[in-house]
Design a protein around this ligand. Structure first.
Ligand SMILES: Nc1nc2c(ncn2[C@@H]2O[C@H](COP(=O)(O)OP(=O)(O)OP(=O)(O)O)[C@@H](O)[C@H]2O)c(=O)[nH]1
Ligand SMILES: [Mg+2]
Length: 377
């Protein structure tokens, strides 16, 4: 199973993804709001960068939930479809892992064969979603009530798998409406630029979320000249992920040779480029080492040494703090220019963590912006 297949099956949106939480009309209404205009002089433009699946949109959505307007009714309807589609896709991925060597039959209990076949024969419709009919929800519930299925290792399926599968009965209800946590765990690939605006005290923050796929990265530079600050999101778990799955041992090769290129290495290299980008020299750069919750569990199974960038780590394998310190040091040592960089270890789905970190980040952004104004004047 290749990650690219999984990615294709994830719904994606051009610009409208940002709109899910602050569509341009609403955005314009808020910015034109006279109260906001007369009392607010400070607008900070935050450009959120990072490779695909690092958690950029999740962070933007969470901040909009905390400090802006939550999603409206139409947006929640859209999320309902996204989430249900995510669940069908996750189930298909798990069933694919159970396809027998004959390539046709699926290794499930006899009474589940029909359900498994039904789900595997479903296809994404032209609107980008799976059709979540009553029959589909019945078959999904049957599959997820099975103990063997629930015990499948879900590390490489999707970061939201465990969360959604424990809520399948709720998601299938006819009157289901996504909770904030459901929305934050949903997965939708962003395409192009999405904008989120919210206000904290007298300051307006305008966040620009981008798609992280290689085709989208070419467009990132369009946002450089406007950025007060870059929030670069790097998934901590990407040390163990390659484009096509989790890092695996290759017994045929020596240890050093057998280490594949990980997503983390690609992300570090992009981060280095961003830090060295002359158009961003006046912007503050803040690095978010995200998905710390999943990382804490992942290091118990895959040591960080398995990523070439951290092959020199000789501390305790499952010591979270020691691993993070080493990774931070290694990432920062790659940057070839003198810059003040700010680093936070985050969990974008954890409200307390996001709130606390944003308070600190907004202080940094504002202080640095004032320094730049001072230097330019
Ligand atoms: N458990 C957990 N899941 C997270 C965290 N951050 C993001 N996720 C999940 O990771 C998945 C990917 O997050 P996104 O925010 O869509 O990633 P992205 O960087 O916007 O990806 P692209 O739009 O493809 O560039 C989603 O299912 C999120 O719910 C985190 O800190 N912890
Ligand atoms: Mg996104």
């Amino acid at each position: 199973r290749r990650t690219s297949e999984r990615v294709r099956a994830e719904p994606s949106f051009r610009l409208s993804m940002g709109i899910c939480f602050s569509d341009e009309n609403r955005e314009a209404r808020r910015v034109r709001n006279p109260e906001m205009d007369t009392t607010t002089r400070n607008i900070y433009r935050l450009l959120v960068l990072g490779v695909s699946n690092s958690g950029k949109s999740t962070l933007c959505r969470h901040l909009t939930y905390l400090f802006g307007e939550g999603p409206g009714r139409a947006e929640l309807q859209l999320y309902k479809r996204i989430i249900r589609s995510n669940v069908v896709e996750l189930t298909r991925q798990i069933l694919k892992l159970r396809i027998k060597p004959d390539g046709k039959t699926i290794d499930v209990k006899p009474e589940l064969v029909k359900s498994a076949e039904y789900i595997m024969s479903s296809e994404v419709e032209s609107n980008g979603f799976y059709d979540f009919t009553k029959e589909m929800s019945r078959e999904l519930i049957k599959i997820w009530e099975d103990d063997d299925i629930r015990e499948t290792k879900m590390d490489n399926i999707g970061d939201n798998a465990t969360y959604f599968l424990s809520r399948i009965n709720v998601l299938a209800l006819s009157g289901y409406s996504p909770s904030p946590a459901d929305v934050l765990h949903s997965r939708v690939r962003s395409v192009g630029f999405g904008r989120h605006i919210f206000r904290v005290g007298n300051n307006i923050f305008e966040m620009t979320d981008v798609g992280g796929d290689s085709s989208d990265r070419r467009k990132w530079s369009r946002g450089y000249s406007m950025a007060t600050s870059v929030l670069y999101v790097m998934s901590l778990t990407s040390y163990s992920e390659t484009g096509s799955g989790l890092v695996r041992e290759n017994p045929q090769k020596s240890e050093e040779e057998s280490l594949p290129v990980t997503v983390m290495e690609q992300s570090i290299s992009l981060f280095k480029d961003i830090c060295e980008e002359s158009k961003l020299r006046n912007a503050s750069i803040i690095l978010f080492l995200n998905k710390r919750d999943i990382f804490k569990e992942r290091i118990k199974q895959i040591p960080i040494r398995k990523c070439r960038a951290f092959a020199g780590y000789d501390g305790p394998e499952d010591d979270y703090k020691s691993c993070i310190e080493y990774m931070k040091k290694t990432i920062l040592s790659r940057i070839g220019v003198e810059r003040n960089l700010y680093v936070y270890v985050t969990c974008a789905v954890d409200e307390r963590n996001v709130r606390r970190i944003f308070e600190s980040v907004s202080d940094t952004v504002r202080t640095k912006a004032l320094e730049v104004v001072g230097t330019l004047s």
